[in-house]
Write a protein that binds this ligand. Structure first.
Ligand code: DN4
Ligand code: BGC
Ligand code: ZN
Ligand code: ZN
Length: 362
């Protein structure tokens, strides 16, 4: 028997341990070691017992958590996916079921919900000192010189998928400004966590005049990143830059209904709102008939978006490679803390200046 140290929970009730687990890796096509694993709101939700949809693998009392990972391949059998020993890879979170979207390689759009997610639903995740996988679920990092920021591939792939939805829905009308660009268009990202910053950088790539907002001011770390990347931030409790001209694209990462619906009536005709943040425990809010009329009369579209597929992981790696040249060390500054795997209290205490905390497995 070989025991691998792993970060575990008992889903969906929660809890967190760093312990040795015996999981047989001999049958796997590829063996991997994580270099860095990122922590996100989903991991904290599982550990705190707040995500009822999380569950352990069949027959197991534990779930190894972790779905954001940059790994190195330590052994690889012959495979059709070009994965070999020494490659840096990002393992995909979602594993397909048998519906038509899953069969078409788009398990992110699974039609019947019969799929699994590593570290979340029914499949062990990547926060363990060694694990095995199939080559078909590994995405190779084409330029490993981008370094540690490759760990942002997984959260950024969600953003790439959501912008694919934006591309589809924005075709309903002429969404651009009169010059055919987005420069006179405004986007607003609600929230200031890692997903929010990644959405904001993507929105800047499109050319939007991009704003981030939260219910409080930002600390120095986040203010610096806002300045260095030429984003705009405002505290919505103290100012409103949209009092006179409206917003064309709203992206919510807060999951707070009381906040989201404050912004609906600030949206322009043909506006698009992407709902991404999840927060099942947030209290409900009153949406009145005027809100509904406003949405209808202006052809506003609300889009829900979850997860992403291989094409989005690949796009995310392209974006990170380009951003590394464009933003240099400012991109590295998105990794605000590194901890060792035994520091499991990080799952219950979020650092106040956190953009992305990573676990360093080296
Ligand atoms: P996070 O770092 O917890 O970010 C949430 C952000 O929302 C923080 O900056 C919060 O600020 C902010 N926030 C909370 N409440 C409000 C409010 N009332 N007004 C303004 N801002 C608020 O999490 P993340 O960046 O990792 O992920 C963002 C969200 O997306 C989470 O809900 C995830 O569950 C969800 N998610 C969805 C997918 C998917 O659909 C993938 C990954 C994450 P503060 O409280 O820190 O000040 O595929
Ligand atoms: C992951 C997604 C996953 C979602 C819901 C997120 O944290 O990035 O891949 O689909 O959680 O479980
Ligand atoms: Zn996540
Ligand atoms: Zn499916």
């Amino acid at each position: 028997m070989t025991f691998y140290r792993s970060i575990t929970t008992n889903a969906p009730s929660g809890g967190v341990s760093y312990e040795k687990l015996d999981i047989d890796l001999s049958e796997f096509e590829v063996r991997l070691k994580p270099v860095l694993t990122g922590i996100c709101g989903t991991d904290r939700g599982i550990v705190n017992g707040a995500l009822p949809f999380a569950y352990n693998p069949h027959g197991s009392q534990k779930l190894v958590i972790g779905h954001e990972s940059l790994c190195i391949v330590t052994e690889a059998k012959d495979n059709d996916f070009g994965i070999s020993k020494g490659d840096y890879v990002v393992p995909m979170v979602r594993r397909p079921g048998k519906c038509i979207n899953c069969l078409a390689g788009r398990s992110d759009n699974c039609s019947d919900g019969d799929k699994h997610e590593a570290g979340i639903t029914g499949l062990h995740g990547f926060m363990r000192e060694e694990f095995g996988d199939s080559a078909e679920y590994l995405v190779k990092v084409p330029d490993p010189s981008i370094g540690d920021v490759a760990v942002l591939t997984e959260p950024l792939k969600n953003v790439c998928k959501a912008f694919e939805m934006f591309d589809v829905v924005s075709r309903k009308s002429i969404f651009t400004d009169t010059a055919g660009s987005y420069h006179e268009k405004k986007s607003l990202v609600i929230g200031t966590g890692s997903e929010a910053f990644l959405y904001a950088l993507k929105s800047m790539d499109y050319g939007f005049n991009t704003f981030l907002t939260n219910r409080h001011d930002l600390d120095d770390t986040k203010n610096r990143l806002v300045d260095e990347t030429k984003l705009n931030f405002y505290n919505y409790n103290t100012m409103d830059p949209f009092a006179k001209s409206g917003i064309d694209l709203v992206i919510d990462t807060s999951g707070d209904p009381g906040t989201i619906f404050k912004f609906v009536r600030k949206m322009n005709n043909n506006g698009i709102m992407i709902l991404f943040g999840t927060n099942g425990k947030a209290p409900g809010t009153q949406v009145d008939g005027m809100d509904i009329d406003y949405v209808i009369e202006r052809n506003i579209s609300l889009i829900g978006s979850v997860d992403g597929s291989r094409i989005h992981y690949e796009k995310a790696l392209q974006d990170l490679t380009r951003w590394k040249h464009q933003y240099g060390s400012s991109l590295d500054d998105m990794i605000t803390a590194r901890v060792s795997p035994d520091h499991t209290e990080i799952f219950t205490k979020k650092p106040s200046d956190e953009i992305k905390t990573v676990i360093d497995w080296s």
